[in-house]
Every structure is written in structure tokens, then in C-alpha cells.
Design a protein around this ligand. Structure first.
Ligand code: 5GP
Ligand code: ZN
Length: 119
């Protein structure tokens, strides 16, 4: 698998730059960008550049390339704001589990010392 895209996929269009996004981190395998509707400030989505629908579609190589970078991106987001004291990392798989975009992604949701909106 070498970064295959799916023509009708909104996140593939973001990866290709056809839909604008605010990029937090990018390398040859993954892209991290701000969620369009942030649960808390800095809410970021991490996606593999290869189109895979959900966690069940990863092969081990794509899994290691994608998962290995999540701590690094979480640390970079936390370093941006001293008020961030925690983070939820969420991955929804299937409509039953509230997945709405069927290009696998990980939500990195910073949590703040003050009251925040994420429950
Ligand atoms: P899911 O419900 O599939 O776990 O999460 C999909 C996420 O994608 C939602 O949090 C939603 O706000 C975000 N999203 C949907 N469309 C776009 C878009 O065009 N740009 C960005 N940056 N985020 C999007
Ligand atoms: Zn896609």
C-alpha cells in the first residue's frame, strides 16, 4: 500500500490539499489537522495518508507508521499551551460507534485546567 486515496473521501481531499485544513503535522505517511468542529481548542485529527475505512482495515505496516506518531503529535499539541493538562485520544469505528467520516482517524482532544466543553 502506498498512500492510496479514495476519490469521494473528504479526508483524502484534505490530504491532497483539495480541501483546506489547518495542518499541525505532516510526513510521508500521515497528516494531522485541526477538526473543523473542535470539541476543545486544539482538537486534532490524525489520519494515515493511505485511505483505510477503519481500524479493521489496517495492515501491520500501516498501523505502525500511523500509531507510532500519535504520542509525538500529542506532546507537540500539549507543548503549545501550558493550560493543557490532559488529552482524550478517541478512535471511532463503524456507524454504531459514532464514526461519521469513513477514513480512519484519531481524535486528539486537549483537556484544560479550566472548565472545558468536552464531556
Ligand atoms: P468521527 O465522527 O468520524 O469520529 O469524526 C469525524 C470528524 O471529522 C468530526 O469531528 C468532524 O468535525 C470532522 N470533520 C468532518 N468534515 C471535516 C472537514 O472537512 N475538515 C475538518 N478539518 N474536519 C472535518
Ligand atoms: Zn480517504
Amino acid at each position: 500500500m502506498t498512500n492510496q486515496r479514495e476519490a469521494s473521501c473528504i479526508f483524502c481531499k484534505i490530504i491532497d490539499g483539495d480541501i483546506p485544513s489547518y495542518t499541525i503535522y505532516e510526513d510521508e505517511n500521515i497528516k494531522a489537522f485541526l477538526d473543523i468542529s473542535q470539541a476543545t481548542p486544539g482538537h486534532t485529527l490524525v489520519v494515515p495518508k493511505t485511505h483505510v475505512k477503519d481500524i479493521f482495515a489496517y495492515d501491520p505496516e500501516l498501523a505502525s507508521k500511523t500509531f507510532a506518531k500519535i504520542p509525538l503529535i500529542a506532546q507537540a499539541i500539549k507543548a503549545m499551551d501550558p493550560k493543557i493538562i490532559g488529552m482524550n485520544i478517541v478512535n471511532n469505528n463503524g456507524t454504531i460507534a459514532s464514526q461519521s467520516v469513513f477514513h480512519s482517524h484519531f481524535h486528539l482532544i486537549p483537556r484544560y485546567s479550566e472548565q472545558d466543553d468536552f464531556k
